[in-house]
Structure formats: C-alpha cells, structure tokens
Design a protein around this ligand. Sequence first.
Ligand code: ZN
Length: 373
Amino acid sequence: MISATLFPGRYVQGSGALSRLGKELARLGARHILISSPFPLERLLPPLLPELEQAVTLRVERFGGECTDQEIERLLATVQDFQAEAVTAMGGGKTLDAAKAVAARAGIPAAMVPTIASTDAPCSSVCIIYSPEGIFQRADLLPRNPDLVLVDTEVMAQAPARFLASGMGDALATWFEAESCRISRGRNIAGDVGSMTAHALARLCYETVRDWGPSALTACEAGVVTSALERVVEANTLLSGLGFESGGLAAAHSIHNGLTALPGVRGLYHGEKVAFGVLASLFLTDKPLAIMDEVYGVCGALGLPTTLAALGLDGVSDAELLRVAEKACAPEESIHNEPVDISPRLVLSALKAADAEGRRRNRHCTEWSSSKK
Ligand SMILES: [Zn+2]
C-alpha cells in the first residue's frame, strides 16, 4: 500500500507577515499577476504596493467574485498577456482557488495570501469550481500545491470573528475524517492512504481547536493577536489543509454537501455546515459520551450550530432531511470512507439524533442558568 502526503512549498505566518511578501514573491519570479478580492484591494494592498513594486514587476487584477471556468479563462488571458512568471492571490477561498487554477494552467508558481481564516483552500491542491450563479460544479485536483502561503495574523484578527469560528468548524472535522480513513484504509485526495504524518497533523489540528479555540475567538473579537489566535490560525489554515488533503475526508464533508440541497442553509459558511456534519458523524460512528461532550462543548463555545434550527432549518421535514442524506450518500461521496455501514436512512437518523442532542444540551444550559438566578 502506497501513502502520499501533500504539502505547500512554504508556509509563512505571523503578525506583520505581509511585510515579508515582496521578498517571498521575488523568490518565485520577477513578473507577478496579483489577483485580489475587493476588500484587500482597497484596504490592504495600497500601503504595500511601493515595497512590492520594488521587489517584483506587478500587475494587480480584481477578482470577479466567483471561481468559474469563465473567470479562470479571463485571468489566464491576463497572465499570458502580461507574461507573468507567477500568480499571487489575496482574499478568500474563491479568489485563492481561481488563482491556483490559473497558475496550474499557465504552468507557473502560485502564492496564496489568505485574508480570512475560514478556509483551508490556501494550502491545498483542490480547486472548487462554481457556476456563474454560485452553484457548486466540481472539485478539480491540480497537479501541485501552492508554492507559498503567507498569513498575516494581524489581518486575521481584524476580520469578523465568525470567519475564524467557521474555519474552526472545518478544522474540527479534520481528525474525525482522517481517523475514519485510517481505520477503513480510505483514500485521501491523492487517491492513496494517509501517512502517519498526516494523521498526527490531523490530531494536532483537533487538539488545537479544542484547547485554544475559545480563547482565540475572544482575541479575534477584541481584534488582537494572541498566542492562542496564532495557534488557531495555523490549525485552520495549515493543519486543516494538510490533514484533509493527506488524511482523507469522510462523513462530515459529505453531510455538508448534502445540506447544501436545502435553501435554508444558504446564509451559512462552509465550516458551520461541516461542524454539524461532525456532530452527525459522532452518532453515525457511535462515538462514546466523552467525545460527544468534548465536541458539543467546543461547538457551543465557538457559537457553531448544534441544532437544525441553528442551521436555518427550523421545522425541516423528514422528507427534506432524507434528501440531504441521499445526497450525502451519493456514490462519489467521501462518507463511504467511514468504517461503518452507510445508508441514507442511517444518515437521516444521525442528523436527527445530532439535532436532538444539541437541543437537549441547550435546554439544560438554559435550565441551569435560570436556576442560578
Ligand atoms: Zn472543508
């Protein structure tokens, strides 16, 4: 059996790390296209430009907002026209994914500068393609991972705390899914089994979110960088990326994909839906109470949804939930990496049990706090 572990070329993180960007980009090539989301284009980039332009020849391009085939074509034409030697992306997951795809098509290095910690897109070789209307089309596997990932934690601390919490929801899934793959010998993104490195990193990812998640969220709410925030940003961005890509995915992400069948969840971020997928997977895989307590406790402390109502699905019918379960159990879904029997009926039961458990815990919390008054 052959294992494969996928890494980005270099990961740079810290408070003020953007001051290193020019030097890091110069290593990758002399001519750069920098694709940026609107927020960093207007707020982060202007003070950086003089230094960047001293380090490399730069052309800045505004990202069109959706990672579509058309947008990738448009950006690729710009890269070719400019004869760029590398592509840099600044922004959220879709901007980064588009830049990775453009760099892969052009056969040049890619540098990622995420501005929110809600996604593990920066380190991975996966690119999610959407339709112009924003509907998921497919996940492309690119031939290589980004050459540079540079994360300024000051920028992360200034971003809304909900992004960080959502990233932790996604990071929370990493170990549970990698562990299921380890037991079942399920395949990772490369189509191989995960290495012991991937499993150890996935475990570290979980422990970091569990032990430092709430205090990192507090720091983010205060807009400041603390050691806890540094740890959690690394868990959300590097460990979660390495863990899912090399450790493998399982039920939590399939349940996320299933949930997207219902319009009620549209306002939620990826990691918020994944977190509920983790809770359902605890029932699906028959986890003991100590683990349940831990995960429900973390989700509660981070404000991640633990009930269907919190997912925007108040009053959802069994028929609708069965649609979610059926979509989660599609043949290509990673849920089949779970080392247990999988069927839409079992997933439906797990969804309902996870919701009932969330409601029970919320009720007890309320009863407990009102009895204290
Ligand atoms: Zn994810």
